[in-house]
Structure formats: structure tokens, C-alpha cells
Design a binder for this molecule. Structure first.
Ligand SMILES: O=C(O)c1ccccc1NCC(=O)[C@H](O)[C@H](O)COP(=O)(O)O
Length: 199
């Protein structure tokens, strides 16, 4: 089970996620309570071993801005949330970054990973990063390929979510925070362990 921890802002939390065995770590580079500056993201990303995917999360920047920021930070992947088109993904394809397409699972968006040429698909709640649970049993069509379930997952709910939705991976932010925007290392450890034990 592939596990991504999103919205990290502190070195100690990056270390906790890496030590816990996370496969990917996300940095918010768009407006959010978890947003980090380009300089901060670059420093945090430099502390992550090559085996872990560093993902920059974007929600409103255009391809040129994403290209610039992702290169400055030294990311290994970009995650595009919202109204990004197939053309936006194509415009970034020449970069040496993996691509993550994040969609709201409650919409009619294409749930096939790779439909826009992306490497990973995140099927999220209608309000990304809100921590709100949503009804993933009501997906209009079953996602395929390397898809991650996200949206309101927590250490005590992730096993049930995996059993029901059978995703390729999971993604969490709010569920491993003690207060909004502030991660808790013990919750990170519990989340990764619970996801890894789940079937
Ligand atoms: O975290 C945010 O504030 C955010 C803002 C805009 C776009 C995406 C955002 N977050 C993405 C994520 O943290 C995760 O991919 C996912 O939505 C899980 O969030 P959560 O429900 O908080 O676990």
C-alpha cells in the first residue's frame, strides 16, 4: 500500500513521515493553512531521501508558474488539483517530474489513472485538505491504475476505507494533525502503520 502524507511544514514532521515509511510527502505551494514558501519547500525537500517521492501540490497556478516553482524546489512530482486540463498536463510533460492528477470523487471526472497522461491519480473529497469524510462508496465509476484514496482519512478509519474502496494507495493531511495545519508525528506513525496492515 502506497502512503502519501500531505501538507508538511516542519523538518521534524518530514523526518517522522520518512521514518514511519511513507512513500510520498506533499508540500503545499498554493494558498492553504499548510502553504510553505519556495525556499522552505526546497529546504524540506532536500531532507527527504531519494526513495521517497517529494510532491508539490498546486491548485490555481498555471503551467508556467508550476514549471518554475517545481524546478526551484527540486521536486520529484507535481500534484494538480481542480480545473487543470489535459493540455495543462501535456504542457508539463517534458519536465523530469511525475504527475499526480487530483479529482473530487463525487464528480464525473475521469477516474482512470493515466487518462491525462498522469502517473498517479488522487480521488479526493470535494474540499481538498478539509479533513471532511465523503462517501467513497458512491464513486460514479471505479478508479483504475495507481489511484490513491484521500479525503478525511484518519489512523482509526484508514483500514476500513482500504477494505471498502480497495485503492492502490492512500493520502492524508488533516487526519495526522493535532490542530489545523500542524502535523503530529505520533498520528503520522499510526496512520502509516494502520495503512500498511490493512488489506
Ligand atoms: O491542504 C490543503 O489546504 C489543500 C489546499 C488546496 C488543494 C489541496 C490541498 N490539500 C491536498 C491534500 O492535502 C490531500 O491531497 C488530500 O486532500 C487529503 O486531505 P485531508 O482530507 O485533509 O486528509
Amino acid at each position: 500500500m502506497f502512503v502519501k502524507i500531505c501538507g508538511l511544514t516542519e523538518f521534524s514532521h518530514v523526518e517522522a513521515a520518512v521514518d514511519a515509511g511513507a512513500n510520498a510527502i506533499g508540500f503545499l505551494l498554493s494558498p492553504s493553512p499548510r502553504q510553505v514558501t519556495v525556499d522552505r519547500a526546497r529546504s524540506l525537500a532536500a531532507a527527504v531521501p531519494d526513495s521517497v517521492l517529494t510532491v508539490g501540490v498546486f491548485a490555481q497556478e498555471g503551467p508556467d508558474e508550476i514549471r518554475k516553482i517545481a524546478t526551484q524546489v527540486g521536486l520529484r512530482a507535481v500534484q494538480l488539483h481542480g480545473a487543470y486540463t489535459q493540455a495543462d498536463f501535456a504542457a508539463l510533460r517534458d519536465l523530469p517530474f511525475a504527475q499526480v492528477r487530483a479529482i473530487a470523487g463525487s464528480t464525473e471526472a475521469d477516474t482512470r489513472c493515466g487518462a491525462f497522461g498522469e502517473d498517479y491519480l488522487i480521488v479526493d473529497s470535494p474540499r481538498p485538505g478539509s479533513g471532511e469524510e465523503w462517501d467513497w462508496s458512491c464513486l460514479p465509476s471505479r478508479p483504475t491504475g495507481k489511484w490513491l484514496l484521500a479525503g478525511g482519512l484518519r489512523p482509526d478509519t484508514v483500514a476500513r476505507a482500504i477494505a471498502q474502496a480497495k485503492p492502490w494507495g492512500v493520502d492524508v493531511s488533516s487526519g495526522v494533525e493535532k490542530t489545523r495545519g500542524v502535523k503530529d508525528p505520533s498520528l503520522i506513525r499510526r496512520f502509516v502503520a494502520a495503512a500498511r496492515c490493512a488489506q
